[in-house]
Design a protein around this ligand. Sequence first.
Ligand SMILES: Nc1ncnc2c1ncn2[C@@H]1O[C@H](COP(=O)(O)OP(=O)(O)O)[C@@H](O)[C@H]1O
Ligand SMILES: [Mg+2]
Length: 375
Amino acid sequence: MNDVRDSLAPRRIAICVGSGGVGKTTVAAAIALQRALQGGRALVCTIDPARRLANALGLTTLGNVETRVPEHKLHEAGLRPRGELFAMMLDVKRTWDDLVTRHAPDPARRERILRNRLYQQMSAALAGSQEYMAMEKLYELATDRDYDLIVLDTPPTAHALDFLDAPDRILDFLGNETARTILAPAIGAGRIGLRLAQLGGGYIAKTLARFTGQEMLSDLGDFLRGFQGMYDGFKERAAAVRALLSRAEVGFVLVCAPTPFSVEEALAFHERLHAESMPVAGLVVNRLTPDLWPAGAGPLLAAAELTAALTAAGAPDGLAARLATTLADHQTLVTAEARTLARLLERTTDPRSLVPRLETDVHDLAGLARMAEGL
Ligand SMILES: Nc1ncnc2c1ncn2[C@@H]1O[C@H](COP(=O)(O)OP(=O)(O)O)[C@@H](O)[C@H]1O
Ligand SMILES: [Mg+2]
């Protein structure tokens, strides 16, 4: 069976998805590094890199700036790339601004929205904003640049599927006539609480419930009115982004850890991608406990046998027993992880790569390169 690297070879866009903390950001960077090592021009668009990883990639500023990772840094890590590695950090606010600027019918309207206080807090105010802007940025990079591979990291949401649903939810909110017509008069009359109740318990009501105070609400009303007429442009663009995600040049990389929760999330995402005809490039199982007795290397020794063998080999009594216990515990973990993964591996036939848990966090180029070997 192919591994993830082979599966990504003919593609131009890789999107790393998975539940929080499984290693999406690190895997995304490792994939880009790998392509650069092989001779490609590769870009990783990170969302929330750990500070040390960001430093290692030379990412000191936000602002959607694509920076080339200096060759000498790669050399210092013992790497000899035949291609080029670029990295950037998604700037959610800036991406929103660009989008508004693109769709505003005139400068006055653009300024009205950009200056709106609620708008300025939009990235925090609207749930899913980061996901939406990640897609938007990807579309821009995919259409305007000539990288051989663009790797998109995705936001640290607990649930991987949020990534696909966020843009629609936000667009429904922005384009919602009910919200607009209910809000405008209610704001004036100070009857917002009552009116909010009429919106039910969905996303819109929950979002609005976060804003309290008359001032915030009039900002919100102003903001929604400002978007009037721009909605269609946003919707069209989102549809184009969505269409991009179904092209064969794109590959979703499902990243998971060998834990039941993470595996279930990966399976749910997998099902969803198939249902929506979006291409899966493969599965990366990350942070796997290394198997000290891989299949074929002989049966796993029982702790008693192991103690006997170690004692026979001259190890002091107490030490042999402790070592045997540690190794047995280790293998118990390996067995448990294998059982968890069996579900995933049996139910999918996609290319897969197993990446071991390394001794330390992955925060430098050498660590990324070690991870890339596992891909
Ligand atoms: N294979 C691995 N071995 C050891 N540490 C890892 C491995 N993969 C990721 N990590 C570490 O786990 C932490 C979370 O990884 P990250 O990529 O930020 O996850 P996510 O983006 O999915 O939230 C980071 O500190 C990272 O260095
Ligand atoms: Mg991350």
